[in-house]
Design a binder for this molecule. Structure first.
Ligand SMILES: [Cu+2]
Length: 179
């Protein structure tokens, strides 16, 4: 009777020769892995979908000071207790995610470029802008700067897609893009 996966393997299974089909699959997987590694570089230039940014070390306290100053200077409204902030074109927008919110709602204009500064006050968070294909990591201790030029108007939701604790599922933010 032939063996099934429920039977114990032969005692010398490690010294049995590798089957030809397995060698072929390992070779294909290896070559594909190498190929896809180089495709990452290719997509960076040709894919038109990878964000390039700069990042700098910063403490959570120092970042919060900048965010608070921005809110003080540019707040135009409030929604669900979070300030709506309209920073002028080319300006710096500071968002410090925390457990479990994105505490600022930027209101920006279509076709204009802004510098988004992204940071986390506590643990790693995700920063996924819906429904577009932008998906970033917010890392505590770093100011990640993303140049962003919205090309359509509307409300864009920010989703934290990095499990960050018990309230992770409630962690939503918003970006308002107007004419
Ligand atoms: Cu989170």
């Amino acid at each position: 009777m032939s063996k099934t996966s429920l039977d114990s393997p032969d005692r010398n299974w490690w010294s049995a020769p590798i089957g030809l089909d397995e060698i072929i699959w390992i070779t294909i997987a290896f070559i594909w892995g190498i190929f896809m590694t180089f495709m990452m570089v290719y997509w960076y230039y040709a894919g038109d979908q990878n964000q390039t940014g700069e990042s700098f070390r910063i403490s959570a306290e120092a970042f919060e000071v900048k965010m608070d100053k921005m809110i003080e200077d540019y707040q135009v409204g409030e929604e669900h207790g979070y300030p709506i902030v309209a920073v002028p074109e080319g300006g710096d927008i500071y968002i410090q995610a925390n457990q479990f919110s994105f505490p600022v709602i930027p209101k920006i204009r279509v076709g204009k470029t802004y510098r988004f500064h992204l940071n986390s006050a506590d643990v790693n968070h995700g920063f996924s802008i819906q429904p577009v294909n932008i998906n970033l990591q917010l890392v505590p201790g770093y100011d990640y700067i993303l140049k962003l030029t919205p090309n359509s108007t509307g409300d864009f939701h920010i989703v934290c897609n990095e499990f960050c604790g018990i309230g992770h599922h409630e962690m939503l933010g918003k970006i308002i893009v107007t004419e």
